[in-house]
Design a protein around this ligand. Structure first.
Ligand code: SAH
Ligand code: SF4
Ligand code: F3S
Length: 434
């Protein structure tokens, strides 16, 4: 009889991709996926530690499985991913019902560890190899059916002063192009229409060709839509802009995290660019790629952020007019330089600034979306909406969510939609029948 795996994934797309790889490895030793934790023989929690809130969620989840473990002593509970890498044996000290902890460099060991626990119960902790070799020959068990992720590199060398990722993901390692192409071809053969190439900073891809060359090559593999993330502004090349402009199926969307609108804060964040340099980059991108959509990440409440620094971020937003922005409250991560910077900002100020920032950006997002009313866009159909079977959802090439009335379309189709309504976070429209 098939054994059952319940997989819980927190954090970014990279973790989703890692979870699919672990599920692929565990399938080889007889585990099939289940949605129901009560039904599972093995529960894996793949964790994130980028902000304290992410860690709190994981601790809550681990706690919730304590009673289940008591009821089912043979259940195996494992913690993997970034928080596992950061906390290691502490996790077991705090929650002894956790059976194993595997760091980010050890995720390909998951099947071996589970097998050994099936034979003999004990605690296993392995976080020894944060910059470990990337395993090849792993066949991910992909979730979804339309859109999927292909990691092209692991780790980060940038050491932004607020960020834990380089500490828990190790140094940059790029996968060889042939391996990436093989994985893209396989995903296409499985029926996926959209591929997102993943890395903490795809622009520093170094697998024997540049990222621009890799992206152009992936454009020729029969994928309907090619995306990528994330791009660090300090490394985005003219060649990449040209590759997007000249590409066939490369989507006109760049996620380009700016983090802040004040040069002094950018310097203390160790971001490697100024506001002026970023603005010039935006100008160059917009000149070369008509209808490009730009999104960003922003942090409020970085240590030492004055009212003037914060106003600089608001003005910056009004100037650039991003299509959307992900906004975060600065979270102190011990072990990172910014955690010991003077003038940490109090919670109330952080929350007030976040609310103000979101207000400004929401207005801009709505204006950007409103400009699309009465235009026609290509939408990749994702499926029925969760609330109404007659309403379908999909995304534009610019990655905007569109709701439309369902006809005979199916997930994976590309349809032409006339936009009739705009909201801050989505568009609504009608299919244009031809
Ligand atoms: N490698 C990507 C994203 C990594 S984490 C990049 O550099 O763009 C995703 C986002 O989380 C970052 O862009 C940043 O805005 C945010 N982030 C990272 N560390 C944080 C911290 N300590 N507190 C709050 N937000 C943080
Ligand atoms: Fe973190 Fe900076 Fe690396 Fe992004 S580039 S993962 S923000 S250190
Ligand atoms: Fe991603 Fe969180 Fe790790 S954002 S890289 S899962 S710390």
């Amino acid at each position: 009889m098939e054994k059952k795996l319940k997989l819980l994934t927190y954090g970014c797309q990279m973790n989703v991709a890692d979870s699919e790889r672990m599920a692929g490895l565990l399938r080889q030793i007889g585990y099939g996926l289940t949605d129901d934790a009560d039904d599972a023989d093995l529960i894996l929690i793949n964790t994130c530690c980028v902000r304290a809130t992410a860690e709190d969620k994981v601790f809550g989840q681990i706690g919730r499985f304590k009673a289940l473990k008591r009821l089912k002593p043979n259940l195996i509970l494992g913690v993997t991913g970034c928080m596992a890498q950061k906390e290691g044996a502490n996790l077991i000290k705090r929650a002894p019902h956790v059976d194993f902890v595997l760091g980010t460099g050890q995720s390909s060991e998951v099947a071996r560890v589970v097998r050994s626990l099936e034979l003999e119960r004990r605690h296993i902790v392995d976080t020894s190899n944060v910059s470990g070799e990337i395993p090849s020959e792993v066949f991910p068990l992909r979730g979804g059916s339309v859109s999927t992720f292909v990691p092209i590199m692991y780790g980060c060398n940038n050491f932004c002063t607020y960020c834990i990722v380089p500490h828990v993901r190790g140094r940059e390692r790029s996968r060889p192009p042939e391996e990436i192409f093989a994985e893209v071809r396989q995903a296409v053969a499985e029926g996926f229409k959209e591929i997102t190439l993943l890395g903490q900073n795809v622009n520093s891809y170094a697998g024997g060709m540049t990222f621009a060359e890799l992206l152009t090559a992936c454009d020729k593999l029969g994928v309907e839509r090619v995306r990528f993330m994330t791009s660090h502004p300090k490394d985005l090349s003219d060649a990449l802009i040209a590759a997007i402009a000249d590409g066939q199926n490369i989507c006109e969307h760049i996620h380009l995290p700016v983090q802040h609108g004040s040069n002094e804060i950018l310097r203390r964040m160790n971001r490697g660019y100024t506001v002026e340099k970023y603005l010039r980059l935006v100008e160059k991108i917009r000149a070369a790629i008509p209808h490009v959509s730009l999104t960003t990440d922003l942090i409020v409440g970085f240590p030492g952020e004055t009212d003037d620094d914060f106003s600089a971020t608001l003005n910056f937003l009004r100037e650039v007019k991003f299509d959307a922005a992900f906004t975060f409250i600065y979270s102190k991560r011990s072990g990172t330089p910014a955690a010991t910077f003077p003038n940490q900002i109090d919670d109330e100020t952080k929350h007030r600034r976040l609310a103000e920032l979101m207000n400004v950006q929401n207005e801009i997002s709505l204006a950007k979306n409103s400009a699309l009313v009465d235009t026609a866009v290509d939408v990749l159909v994702e499926g029925a909406s969760k609330t109404d079977e007659k309403i379908f959802t999909g995304r534009t090439r610019s990655n905007k969510l569109v709701l439309f009335t369902h006809g005979s379309e199916r997930a994976g189709d590309i349809v032409r939609v006339k936009i009739t309504h705009a909201q801050t976070f989505l568009l609504k429209g009608d299919i244009i029948r031809t």
